[in-house]
Design a protein around this ligand. Structure first.
Ligand code: SAH
Length: 213
């Protein structure tokens, strides 16, 4: 559960830390983050922290989620691809902003859990796929927006190919133990435009579907 005071503090902290876009804030206000965190971390869901989730992964820090969502400039008619469903928190926020969201996760238990939550929350425009997100989703391409929530060394070529002309891709780049940067890539008639946003820390993009024990 989240109290109205807790939610108000959370929203205020997001705004103070640079998440200033009202559409993004409204979407974030609608998503109960405590449902995307399990066990004894649940009481900390409304703090500005990345927290551990199943399969050794993490739910991203709320201000980073806010920044990435702002940078993605999602419109209500957009078809969005997310790579790295994790808890499903970011995808749930995108579902309030986009027409359609596809999210790929390499850990089946995470994909299942997120799917279940989307059903419970009645987020009918999100589809979760278990697979290797670095390959994208050729069947549904092109995408208006692509978001990676795992760090790649470079923007994956398959994903750039599945971004429509004029589309935007947001991703962390860099090696896991080194500094990573959040970058925005815009696909234009004259080539790709790159913009660097902020230093971040994400789990790495790993190839292949995970083999669960
Ligand atoms: N967006 C998530 C953050 C998840 S952390 C959230 O809101 O909670 C990044 C996730 O990317 C992890 O769950 C990890 O398993 C997944 N991942 C890493 N490499 C991947 C790949 N190649 N394809 C799909 N998912 C991948």
């Amino acid at each position: 559960m989240v109290s109205p005071e807790q939610l108000m503090q959370f929203m205020l902290a997001l705004r103070n830390r640079g998440v200033t876009d009202n559409r993004v804030l409204q979407a974030m206000e609608k998503v109960p983050r405590h449902l995307f965190v399990q066990g004894h971390f649940q009481p900390r869901a409304y703090e500005d922290l990345a927290l551990p989730i199943q399969c050794g992964q993490t739910i991203s820090q709320p201000t980073v989620v806010g920044m990435m969502t702002m940078a993605l400039k999602v419109g209500p008619r957009d078809k969005v691809l997310e790579v790295g469903t994790g808890s499903g928190y970011q995808a749930a926020i995108l579902s309030h902003l986009a027409r359609r969201v596809y999210s790929i996760e390499r850990h089946r238990p995470l994909a299942r859990q997120a799917s279940k939550l989307f059903e419970e929350l009645d987020l009918v425009n999100v589809t979760v796929i278990t697979g290797d997100g670095s390959l994208g989703l050729p069947d549904q391409a092109p995408f208006d927006r692509i978001l990676l929530t795992a760090a790649a060394e470079d923007p994956p070529a398959n994903l750039l190919a599945q971004l429509r002309m004029g589309g935007i891709m947001v991703l962390p780049v860099g090696q896991t133990d080194a500094v990573q940067h959040l970058i925005v890539v815009e696909k234009t008639e004259n080539g790709l435009n790159y913009k660097e946003l902020a230093p971040v820390r994400f789990v790495p993009l790993v190839e292949g579907v995970a083999q669960e024990p």
